[in-house]
Design a protein around this ligand. Structure first.
Ligand code: SF4
Length: 242
């Protein structure tokens, strides 16, 4: 990865030049990221427009950094589990259907949407007509109840990549966890000896017994290192290039 900075007063042609360079680099087969750094607060509308301009020119990632925040724009749609690998917050509130296995709360518009109840749905905001659904009903605007449901029933994520090592998929596992029939220990990937192998950013499928061998061998070597604790997740990265 190589970096270069374009700097100078406002309206001196930096944005146009970067747009042009992104276009030319892309044309020659390079992947490009653009970063705009300002000592001022970001204006989300205009700074987002600049970011979009860079993406349209061929930039794969466009970042704007200001005093009040940072905007990331990617030129591709990413799966939720890829995002979760890079963030760590107490709660993640997701709007819209992602297909990622997690407890869901359905918001009805009058009666519209009731057919969207599925096995991951734990509560409905609005009136449920079919009482056999065994779902918690929340009155629109009752944020206290909604808040308490979130505190009690939001769940940590499963890996979400449907590796199949548990004999099923992540959605089935999450449904089992919500119903109290399964626990996170049933997810082989989250188990103590699970190993995640990525090559050039792509996940490599790995059988549980191989996972166990890699885990045991590395644990044996690493436990003697200064700074290692007896328990915890370990991340090792290395380069296979000559
Ligand atoms: S083992 Fe875990 S990650 Fe793999 S399919 Fe089952 S629940 Fe999903």
């Amino acid at each position: 990865m190589k970096l270069i900075e374009f700097f100078g007063p406002s309206n001196s042609g930096k944005t146009v030049a970067i747009t042009k360079m992104a276009e030319m680099l892309k044309k020659h087969g390079y992947s490009v990221a653009t970063v705009k750094s300002t000592p001022h607060s970001l204006d989300y509308e205009s700074d987002s427009k600049d970011s979009m301009k860079y993406l349209e020119a061929g930039s794969n990632l466009s970042v704007a950094i200001g005093k009040n925040g940072t905007i990331f724009h990617l030129s591709k749609s990413v799966k939720l589990f890829e995002i979760l690998e890079h963030i760590n917050y107490d709660f993640v509130l997701v709007e819209g259907e992602t297909g990622f296995p997690m407890p869901k709360i359905l918001f009805l518009k009058e009666k519209e949407g009731i057919e969207r109840i599925d096995d991951l749905t734990i509560a409905v905001v609005g009136n449920i007509e079919d009482e056999n659904k065994n779902l918690q009903e929340i009155k629109p605007g009752d944020y206290e109840t909604l808040y308490n449901i979130i505190l009690a029933q939001a769940m940590p994520p499963l890996p979400g990549d449907d590796c199949g090592h548990c004999g099923s998929d992540c959605t089935t596992m999450m449904i089992g966890i919500i119903k109290g029939e399964k626990t996170y220990k049933n997810c082989v990937k989250l188990s103590k000896k699970s190993v995640n192998v990525e090559f050039d950013g792509k996940n490599v499928p790995i059988l549980p017994f191989i996972s166990s061998i890699i885990s045991d061998v590395n644990a044996g070597i690493l436990k003697n290192l200064k700074g290692m604790k007896r328990e915890g997740r370990v991340k090792i990265e290395f380069d296979l290039r000559d």
